[in-house]
Ligand binder design. Structure first.
Ligand code: SAH
Length: 342
């Protein structure tokens, strides 16, 4: 059955026409789905019983089950969500002073194979649909009763490897009759699929693009991230420059610091060389060690030195706060699971 959250308003109007209904019903359904956030068609009380039956017979409302919920001592919550086909994904709610941020998954599994990330290495199952991405936000808002103000595509999966569904989801998240979250409060993080960065620039959405850079030369980056063999650093940065020129948006470069790998001042120096003059910001992430992973976290002292070097040389850099590490909800720690919990 079709997931009703996979449609934008115009498409849903078309669907209703096909069912022999008036298009304005789509507006009412949207209101129930995205403002009231109801979990069943029966709650859509301004629709006739007959229409509700028709909807039930033709669509699912995609109401994920919460299989597990873990709360960190810093207030971060990690959800294990049953996506209703025997698979489960993780979604994380982070509470910052400036509001609630949700970290959504875009795929069940990941094909990228980054050596430091727990989301990979396990089998790739499938893309999440637009509605399944949006449902993660709805579910967490419902569960906590709290408004979510920021969305980051930094959960399981490579968002640009699921391009159209992710772009559709961004539109639905942003749309004033959808979840109504400002485009500037939405970040898409990519390991660097260059042709899709050009394509995203064409979409002209005012979202933030984050690039997982993590190394300053191709040899090192390829060792950490196999995708670099297909799209080396020079090509990646060229695509970033194009993105900035087209969107006028500042890019955020993510750089996970691993002890004795990419965390010495020579790396910082190279990073300054690469990024000098670009409209950008560097987000330093103390790397989280994963099971059987060969990368260890840099010392705090090194991380601070690295940040200071960048800042002193004209590159704005901040250190990402580590939230949820005690519940394996921090960067790189999310995994897909099947329902046996494996
Ligand atoms: N596939 C996308 C988004 C998911 S990862 C991407 O690669 O960007 C979100 C961020 O967490 C990325 O910057 C990723 O490189 C980083 N990350 C992955 N594993 C990590 C780890 N073990 N420690 C710290 N950051 C990690």
């Amino acid at each position: 059955m079709k997931n009703i959250k996979d449609y934008n308003l115009e498409e849903l109007k078309e669907q209703l026409k096909e069912l022999g209904e008036k298009p304005f019903r789509a507006e009412q359904i949207f209101q129930w789905l995205y403002q009231e956030k109801v979990q069943s068609f029966d709650e859509m009380t301004n629709l006739s019983l007959e229409l509700r039956e028709k909807l039930k017979n033709n669509y699912t409302i995609c109401n994920f089950n919460i299989l597990k919920k873990q709360e960190s001592k810093d207030g971060t919550i990690k959800y294990l969500l049953d996506v209703l086909d025997g698979n489960a994904i993780e979604t994380v709610l982070m509470r910052y002073h400036h509001g609630n941020t949700i970290c959504v998954s875009s795929q069940i599994g990941c094909k990228m194979g980054c050596k430091f990330c727990a989301s990979t290495g396990i089998e790739f199952i499938r893309n999440l649909s637009c509605g399944e991405i949006v449902e993660q936000i709805i579910k967490v808002e419902q569960d906590t009763g709290e408004r979510i103000s920021n969305v980051v595509f930094m959960g399981i999966g490579e968002p640009l490897d699921n391009f159209q569904n992710v772009v559709n989801a961004i539109h639905l998240i942003n749309y004033h009759k959808g979840l109504n979250i400002g485009a500037r409060h939405i970040s898409v993080s990519t390991s660097g699929i260059v042709p899709k960065i050009y394509k995203l620039a064409e979409e002209n959405i005012q979202c933030t693009l984050s690039i997982s850079l993590h190394a300053t030369n191709n040899e090192k980056r390829s060792q950490m991230m196999p995708i670099n063999k297909a799209y080396p650093i020079e090509e990646l940065l060229q695509a970033c420059k194009d993105y900035i020129a087209k969107t006028n948006r500042r890019i955020s470069f993510e750089y996970a610091l691993a002890k004795d790998n990419n965390d010495n001042l020579e790396d910082a120096k190279q990073l300054v060389k690469l990024l000098k003059g670009m409209l950008c910001h560097v987000n330093l992430i103390p790397i989280n060690k994963i099971e059987n992973g060969k990368f260890d976290k840099s010392s705090n002292e090194n991380i601070i030195k690295f940040r200071d070097y960048l800042n002193e040389h004209g590159i704005v850099a901040t250190i990402r706060r580590e939230l949820g590490a005690d519940i394996d909800a921090a960067c790189g720690q999310l995994r897909r699971k099947n329902l046996e919990g494996r």
